[in-house]
Design a protein around this ligand. Structure first.
Ligand code: SF4
Length: 156
């Protein structure tokens, strides 16, 4: 019964797993703000999911430190197909401040896993993050054959 309920909820929602691969936590704080009543990310049927095996979307923050190079790919392989990767903040794209002064980071994250979309900013604002998720993720998931009725309805 509970498994069936879980299946129904998953088919009508987008589950996002956040991975901080070495940043200052500034972007993560903005992501927490997305869940607050002011921005209310869940009103769009988008939920945080700690287990990558149950996620639809991998949302990256951070500049990919040396320790994350292998781990990032391992986590990516655990997310079931079709999966979408969204890189949030300047760090996963360029390393931002961590790449300066000889910092030992390995950004861009796209060197290690395929990235479907990026949101610039240091950090980006919550409304920019939510707009990116809503603009990119449903289309990307449909393009990848996701059987999600809600996503198809929203897209048409
Ligand atoms: S992009 Fe800026 S706010 Fe986000 S993790 Fe990097 S340094 Fe911090």
């Amino acid at each position: 019964m509970l498994d069936r309920l879980k299946d129904i909820v998953r088919k009508t929602s987008i589950n996002v797993c956040i991975v901080n691969c070495g940043g200052c936590n500034g972007c993560d704080i903005e992501l927490v703000a997305c869940l607050s009543p002011r921005y209310d990310l869940e009103q769009y049927g988008i939920y945080l999911q700690n287990n990558p095996r149950d996620a639809d979307v991998l949302l990256l923050t951070g500049a990919v430190t040396e320790q994350w190079e292998d781990k990032l790919h391992r986590i990516y392989t655990k997310v079931p197909e079709p999966k979408v990767v969204l890189a949030v903040g300047n760090c996963p794209q360029s390393g931002d401040v961590f790449a300066q002064e000889g910092g030992r980071v390995s950004a861009p994250a796209s060197n290690f896993i395929p990235v479907d979309a990026e949101v610039c900013g240091c950090p980006p604002r919550p409304d920019e993050i939510i707009s990116a998720v809503l603009a990119v993720v449903p289309k990307a998931m449909v393009a990848k054959g996701h059987e999600n009725k809600k996503i198809k309805d929203n897209d048409s």
